[in-house]
Write a protein that binds this ligand. Structure first.
Ligand SMILES: NC(=O)c1ccc[n+]([C@@H]2O[C@H](COP(=O)([O-])OP(=O)(O)OC[C@H]3O[C@@H](n4cnc5c(N)ncnc54)[C@H](O)[C@@H]3O)[C@@H](O)[C@H]2O)c1
Length: 275
């Protein structure tokens, strides 16, 4: 058995998930690269090298998540790390979207993460060690006009993570960790087609991150588990202030949204010039 065991990454076919899978492979983990799109997962494996392998996994399928964890144990001897990264973004006021869309966002982002946590803990609790990294969002810490259903799903991820971590400690399991990362808007395929979309403006209202910057933070918590990390930290601080003081947030959010629109237009112009 190698020093580093198995790692499972969900939604690892593109964007942040691919970047995380590549970093973990470089570190020596045997990486189970999973995505609902097997073709994309295989492309990631082609870049990750021989210790990585690909599977189709839709995180809405709990049995599929359990099998993914079992396979990592079979291949690598144990499951060291599970990264719940798969996610989808639907924008617009909730009343403008049908119920099946609300459910889809919650099923992938919130229940999908529950499935990942459940599958990972099934392997980690008997060995009393392991680490789960959940990719939430700043939308998990504050109100986000235009992204309400998404924000609901990411608040669920943050709540689940901190509460389960506390339950693990209560159960005496001090070597199983849960770290949550809450990134600001990030330039990945999730946002590529949203430069004209007013409802997505909040994703552009801060400093647009590159997936490599968020993957740096994932590597940092892999080395040193941390219950919650915002990126960038100043926006996380603002989100927390807004959440502690909802009247202040309500007054400030229209200006923040406007700023997002300005930055969307700036980026669109820049891309038109260079592209
Ligand atoms: N891009 C952003 O602005 C941003 C900001 C904060 C947080 N996040 C979060 O980061 C994570 C990664 O997002 P990204 O920006 O790389 O998005 P992305 O759309 O570029 O990639 C998401 C990946 O997840 C996969 N996926 C979608 N639904 C799935 C399902 N049901 N089961 C398994 N795989 C599924 C997709 O096939 C895709 O490969 C998500 O959880 C997202 O919510 C993104």
């Amino acid at each position: 058995m190698s020093a580093l065991g198995g790692a499972v990454v969900t939604g690892a076919g593109q964007g942040l998930g691919r970047e995380i899978a590549l970093r973990l492979a470089r570190r020596g983990y045997a990486v189970h690269v999973t995505d609902r799109d097997l073709r994309l997962a295989k492309e990631t494996v082609d870049l990750a090298g021989e210790r990585a392998w690909a599977s189709a996994l839709d995180v809405r399928d709990y049995e599929g998540c359990r099998t993914a964890a079992e396979q990592a144990v079979e291949r690598a001897g144990r499951l060291d790390l599970w990264v719940n990264n798969a996610g989808i973004l639907i924008t617009g006021p909730m009343w403008d979207r049908p119920m099946d869309v609300w459910e889809q966002v919650l099923e992938v982002n919130a229940i999908g993460t529950l499935h990942g946590v459940g599958a990972a803990l099934e392997q980690m609790r008997p060995t009393k060690r392991g680490h789960i990294v959940n990719i939430a969002s700043l939308a998990g810490l504050s109100a986000v006009p235009g992204e309400a259903v998404y924000a609901a799903s990411k608040h669920a991820v943050v709540g689940l993570s901190g509460s389960t971590l506390a339950d693990l400690r209560r159960a005496g399991l001090k070597d199983i960790h849960i770290s949550v990362i809450c990134p600001d808007g990030m330039w990945t395929p999730m946002l590529y087609d949203r430069l004209e979309e007013d409802e997505a403006a909040m994703s552009f209202s801060g400093t647009l991150l590159q997936p490599s910057q968020v993957a740096d933070l994932v590597e940092r918590v892999v080395d040193k588990p941390r219950p919650i990390t915002s990126a960038p930290s100043w926006r996380g601080g603002l989100a927390r202030v807004g959440s502690a003081s909802p009247a202040f947030a309500l007054a400030a959010l229209p200006a923040v949204h406007k700023m997002g629109r300005v930055q969307q237009r700036r980026l669109a112009k820049k891309l038109n010039r260079t592209g």
